[in-house]
Design a protein around this ligand. Structure first.
Ligand SMILES: *Cc1c(COP(=O)(O)O)cnc(C)c1O
Length: 432
């Protein structure tokens, strides 16, 4: 449950109105609720309490250092996918010993950095990668902790761009090949086979695919655990969040309505998975990203113009696909609400950004309150895969980010200065 709701007519994040944040920081503006981050982390942590477990927040969802510090303080480790992310963990005060390093293309330099930082485990996706990690570890006279990512060939039933657990995907090692891979890896002197990992996709709204994957892997994990003295089994991330009823779900009463009955909560997730996992007697890792941060954040934008074309009512705003690419990239739905509540009839509207791409839209033909120039809108559920996917396309500066904590707020990333967009560019000598 999140802490973004109307207080009177004003959309608020915890004890702060969004309107006051807009006045102070301008738009486009990301706003995050610390209480929501903590609540989501604690709900998962408590649900998994019967297991020896470690939550490794998948920081690719939102790697703002303030967000990471909140989670590190709550006891979180981190799922990292690059040297840059690992360096961010260290900068944010996180513990590398609670970090896993995932991804299909780790470079030698990245492996070396992670080994020296003392990470918990490399999650490996191919045999050449295992050999490379072994070589780097041998050169550094270290033993590298590794796990193999198993592709269980279970269809998560989610969007094609975020499903990862079938043989159509580049991720992991096919279920049938895993035993052989471990047997060969066991011969590599500078590896420690610390565990096993799987991840089947993102935005899963049912516990069934998780259950299917774990059930499929249990016999294999049991066998390999005995053989190699595994310490952990990571069941990945992927818990889905509410996008359609995002605003309503901030109200505790909503959770008693029929609409809430099918939502995948940490309690449901744990009720199905804990009994399966408990007999393994292994440490269980999970790598949630979206679940923790998705509904903890909103993107606030200003209405610049309303353009009626006869067929369409275009609401042109100052945020764009460079700030939040999810609608263009994944056809994602983000609920859009006015920052100050509006009465009256709704108008079927397309909310679009100013970028020169037809894909630069946030919604199409959606009934929205009538808004005009100078009104502000909030795009909900924007905390995950929002600012992290930001770009400078059209030489637009990266948006500012604010963290709210009760009645307090702080800029946790200042708006990028326009001249900084090209600060690393140089003219070739012959052009000077
Ligand atoms: C992206 C990813 C996650 C996090 O996914 P969410 O859907 O945000 O929870 C976890 N593990 C791996 C290996 C990933 O690639």
């Amino acid at each position: 449950m999140h802490s973004i709701r109307y207080v009177g007519k004003e959309l608020s994040c915890e004890g702060v109105t969004i309107a006051s944040l807009v006045q102070q920081h301008g738009t486009p503006l990301y706003v995050y609720s610390q209480a929501t981050l903590e609540d989501h982390f604690d709900k998962l942590d408590n649900a998994l309490a019967p297991l020896d477990h470690l939550i490794c927040y998948a920081m690719k969802a939102n790697s703002n250092q303030a967000v990471m510090r909140v989670l590190a303080n709550a006891g979180s480790g981190f799922d990292t996918v690059s040297e840059g992310e690992l360096r961010r963990v260290i900068a944010a005060g996180g513990d590398p010993a609670k970090c896993v390093f995932a991804g299909v293309g780790k470079t030698e330099a990245e492996i070396e950095f992670a080994l020296k930082a003392g990470i918990y485990c490399f999650n490996c996706e191919s045999e050449p990668e295992l050999q490379r990690i072994n070589q780097v570890a041998a050169r550094l006279k270290k033993i590298a902790p590794v796990a193999v990512r198993v592709n269980p060939n279970v269809d998560a039933g989610t969007h094609a761009k975020i499903t990862t657990g079938t043989y159509e995907n580049k991720f992991g090692i096919a279920f049938e090949q895993v035993e052989g891979v471990y047997a060969r890896a066991a011969k590599l002197k500078n590896l420690r086979l610390r565990g096993i990992q799987t991840h089947i996709g993102s935005q899963l709204t049912s516990v069934k695919p998780f259950e299917a994957a774990v059930n499929k892997l249990l016999p294999l994990v049991t066998k390999l655990k005995a053989k190699y003295k595994f310490e952990f089994f990571s069941i990945g991330g992927g818990l889905g969040i509410i996008y359609k009823d995002a605003l309503a779900s901030g109200d505790p009463a909503w959770w008693q309505t029929p609409a809430a009955k099918d939502i995948l909560t940490p309690a449901t997730y744990a009720a199905h998975l804990v009994p399966l996992l408990q007999p393994l007697n292994l440490r269980i890792l999970i790598e949630p990203g979206r679940f923790i941060v998705g509904n903890a954040g909103v993107l606030v934008t200003r209405v610049e113009h309303v353009k009626k074309t006869g067929k369409k009512n275009f609401v042109i705003v100052d945020a764009a696909m460079n700030d939040l690419i999810r609608p263009a990239f994944y056809d994602s739905y983000h609920e859009i609400v006015p920052v100050t509540k509006k009465g009256g009839a709704t108008v079927s509207s397309d909310v679009v950004g100013p970028i020169c791409e037809s894909g630069d839209y946030f919604c199409k033909d959606r009934p929205l309150p009538k808004v005009g120039e100078g009104d502000y809108l909030a795009l909900l559920s924007a905390g995950a895969y929002g600012s992290v996917m930001g770009s400078n396309y059209n030489s637009r500066a990266l948006a500012a980010e604010v963290l709210v904590h009760g009645a307090k707020s702080a800029a946790v990333r200042t708006r990028q200065k326009i001249a900084d967009i090209w600060a690393d560019e140089r003219l070739a000598d012959w052009l000077k």
